[in-house]
Write a protein that binds this ligand. Structure first.
Ligand code: CFM
Length: 545
C-alpha cells in the first residue's frame, strides 16, 4: 500500500485563528499565548509559550487537581504505604484505583493499593474541625494493618477550615514509634493543576523518607528510575530489560515501589529521569544532598529504549556493561523490527494528535515516528515552559503567585552522606563525549516546524482541532475519549492505555504498534455517523401535544 497523501492542506496560522475566533476578546488574547506554532513565524504571539497558569474560569479543561497529582500520581503506586484522604468521601472515591498503576505485591504480600482510605468528612466536621476524626482514622488504620507508613492527603475543605494534618501526623508518629506518619498540604486548589501536587509530594517524600535506610545495597550498576509509574505494566517491562542488562534498579519513583525503595534511593549512583515534569525536583535534590548525577531517559519507543540503555552504560563507563547492553539490544531488536516492517506500510503518513499530562505528549511522539506517523498537534495539560522549550528557559520563567504558593526546599549537601559519584574531570569527559547531565530539551524540538503546540487544551478546542485537521488518531484521556470518537476519529487513551499495555521498552513497543495499526486502519470509523450528522437538528414534541 502506498503512503496516503495528507488529507487536509492547512496553514497553522489559520488554524490558530479559527480556534480563537469564538472566544470573547480577553479570553482569546490569553489563549493565544498558550497556542504556539512550532518555530513560529507569526508576530502576534511571543516566541515562548505560556504554561502552568490558571485555566480561565468557564473553560472545560482537561486538567486535574493538586490533590490528584500528590495522592494519585506520586504516592498512589507505592504498595506498602496506607494513603488516607482527609476529606469528603468523593475525593477518596474518585481517586480509588482510577489510575492504572500496577503493582507486584511481593513476597510479603503487603499491598494497600486496592483499598480506599478516607476520613469521610461530614458537615459537622467542616464546622467543628476534623482533626479528631483524622486522628481516629490514623489509629484505626494502624491497628488494622500495622503498616510501615501512613500518609495523609488534604482535600480542599481541609485547607479552608484549617485542620493541621502535619501536627496530627507528628503526634501519631510519636505515639506509634514504629510507623512513619506524615501529611501533605495538597488541597485541590493549592496550585493551578496536578503539577503542584507532584512538587508537594516530592518535597515530603524527600523530607520524611528518602535516606532513612542506611543499609548499603548490592549491585554493580545502581540506578534510580525517576518518574516511571508502571501504568499498564510499563515498569515491569523496563525492569525486565534493566535486569537483563545487569543494571540494579534501587528505587522507582514510584511505579511498583515500596517504602524501602524510597528510603534507600541515596544508595544509587545515577538517577534516570523518565517523566521530567513530575519528578525533576527529586532528581535535583538527590544530586545536591547525596551527589547522585541525573540524566534524562525515555523508555517509550524501541529506539529511545536502546538509546537510554546506551546512555546508562556510557555513564558507568565499563566495557563489560557496554557489551551487555549492546547484546541485549541486538537480541531484542529483531522482533521489534519485524513488527515495524509488517505494520509500517499501513501506518506511514498517518497523522496523530497528542494531548496528555506532562510527558507523554512528548514521549509517544517517538513511538509514532517509528510507525512513520506524524504528530501534527500536541501539548500538555499541565507542563511548564521547560517541558516545551527545554530546561535552559528555567531561569527566565516568571514565578507567579500560584507557583510561589508551593514550597521550594532548601537542600544542602549532607555532611556525612554526600559522595560525588564522579570527579569533575570524569563528568567533563562524559559531557565532551555527548552525555548530557541535568538536561532536557523538551517537546518542541522533536516536533516538525508548523505543528501546533497547545497548552491546557480544552474540550471546545479539541473538537474544533479535530474538525479542522481531521487527524487519523487522537490521543488523550477518558474525558475526551467519547466526544472525539463521536466525531468519527479513533481515540487512544494514553493515560490509562484503554486497559492495554505495557507500551514501554521493546515488548511494549510491539504491543503499541499492533494496537495503533488496528485503530487507524479500522473501517468502522468511516461507517459511523453521529446523530447530528444525519439529523442536524433534533425535533421533539411535548407529551400533551
Ligand atoms: Fe508524568 Fe505520568 Fe505524564 Fe504525570 Fe498524569 Fe500519568 Fe500523564 Mo495521566 S506522571 S506527567 S500527572 S507521565 S497520570 S503516568 S498519564 S497525566 S502525561
Amino acid at each position: 500500500m502506498s503512503i496516503k497523501p495528507k488529507m487536509v492542506q492547512w496553514d497553522p496560522t489559520d488554524i490558530k485563528k479559527e480556534l480563537l475566533k469564538k472566544y470573547p476578546p480577553k479570553v482569546a488574547r490569553k489563549r493565544a499565548k498558550q497556542i504556539m506554532i512550532n518555530e513560529a513565524t507569526e508576530c502576534e504571539a511571543p516566541p515562548e509559550i505560556v504554561a502552568n497558569v490558571r485555566t480561565i474560569p468557564g473553560i472545560i479543561t482537561m486538567r486535574g487537581c493538586t490533590y490528584a497529582g500528590c495522592k494519585g500520581v506520586i504516592m498512589g503506586p507505592t504498595r506498602d504505604i496506607v494513603n488516607i484522604t482527609h476529606g469528603p468521601i468523593g475525593c477518596g472515591f474518585y481517586s480509588w484505583l482510577t489510575r492504572r498503576n500496577q503493582t507486584d505485591p511481593g513476597v510479603d504480600g503487603e499491598n494497600y493499593i486496592p483499598y480506599c482510605f478516607s476520613t469521610d468528612m461530614q458537615d459537622q466536621d467542616i464546622i467543628f474541625g476534623g482533626e479528631k476524626k483524622l486522628e481516629a482514622a490514623i489509629q484505626e488504620a494502624y491497628d488494622l494493618f500495622h503498616p510501615k507508613a501512613i500518609c495523609i492527603f488534604s482535600t480542599c475543605p481541609v485547607g479552608l477550615i484549617g485542620d493541621d494534618v502535619h501536627a496530627v501526623s507528628r503526634k501519631m508518629k510519636e505515639k506509634f514509634g514504629d510507623c512513619n506518619v506524615f501529611g501533605f498540604s495538597c488541597e485541590g486548589y493549592k496550585g493551578v493543576s496536578q503539577s503542584a501536587g507532584h512538587h508537594i509530594a516530592n518535597n515530603q517524600v524527600f523530607t520524611h523518607l528518602v535516606g532513612e535506610n542506611k543499609e548499603p545495597k548490592e549491585g554493580k550498576y545502581k540506578i534510580n528510575l525517576l518518574g516511571e509509574y508502571n501504568i499498564g505494566g510499563d515498569g515491569f517491562e523496563i525492569d525486565r530489560i534493566l535486569k537483563k542488562c545487569g543494571i540494579t534498579n534501587i528505587a522507582t519513583f514510584s511505579g511498583n515501589s515500596t517504602y524501602d525503595q524510597f528510603a534507600s534511593a541515596q544508595h544509587a549512583d545515577l538517577s534516570c529521569v523518565m517523566c521530567h515534569r513530575s519528578i525533576n525536583y527529586v532528581a535535583d535534590m538527590l544530586e545536591t544532598k547525596y551527589g547522585i548525577p541525573w540524566i534524562k531517559v525515555n523508555f517509550i519507543g524501541a529506539k529511545s529504549t536502546a538509546k537510554s540503555l546506551r546512555k546508562i552504560a556510557e555513564y558507568f563507563n565499563d566495557p563489560e556493561l557496554v557489551k551487555k547492553v549492546n547484546d541485549v539490544i541486538a537480541e531484542e531488536m529483531p522482533e521489534v523490527e519485524a513488527a515495524i516492517e509488517d505494520i509500517k506500510e499501513r501506518t506511514a503518513g498517518k497523522t496523530a494528535m497528542l494531548f496528555v499530562g506532562g510527558s507523554r505528549a512528548h514521549h509517544y511522539n517517538d513511538l509514532f515516528a517509528e510507525l512513520g506517523m506524524k504528530t501534527i498537534s500536541a501539548g500538555y495539560e499541565f507542563g511548564h515552559r521547560d517541558d516545551y522549550e527545554g530546561r535552559q528557559v528555567i531561569p527566565n520563567i516568571k514565578v507567579d503567585a500560584d507557583s510561589r504558593n508551593i514550597e521550594e526546599l532548601e537542600i544542602t549537601p549532607s555532611p556525612d552522606e554526600f559522595k560525588a559519584r564522579k570527579t569533575p574531570a570524569e563528568l567533563k569527559a562524559l559531557e565532551d563525549a555527548g552525555l548530557k547531565f541535568r538536561h532536557y530539551d523538551g517537546l518542541n524540538p522533536d516536533l516538525d516546524k508548523g505543528s501546533i503546540i497547545i497548552d491546557d487544551l480544552n474540550q471546545y478546542e479539541a473538537e474544533k482541532l479535530v474538525e479542522l485537521l481531521k487527524p487519523d488518531l487522537f490521543c488523550a484521556g477518558i474525558k475526551e475519549k467519547f466526544s472525539i470518537q463521536k466525531l468519527g476519529i479513533p481515540m487512544k487513551q494514553l493515560h490509562s492505555y484503554d486497559s492495554g499495555g505495557p507500551y514501554a521498552g521493546f515488548k511494549g513497543a510491539i504491543n503499541f504498534y499492533q494496537e495503533i495499526d488496528r485503530l487507524v486502519n479500522s473501517k468502522v470509523w468511516s461507517y459511523m455517523k453521529a446523530p447530528w450528522q444525519e439529523n442536524p437538528e433534533l425535533t421533539a414534541t411535548f407529551v400533551w401535544e
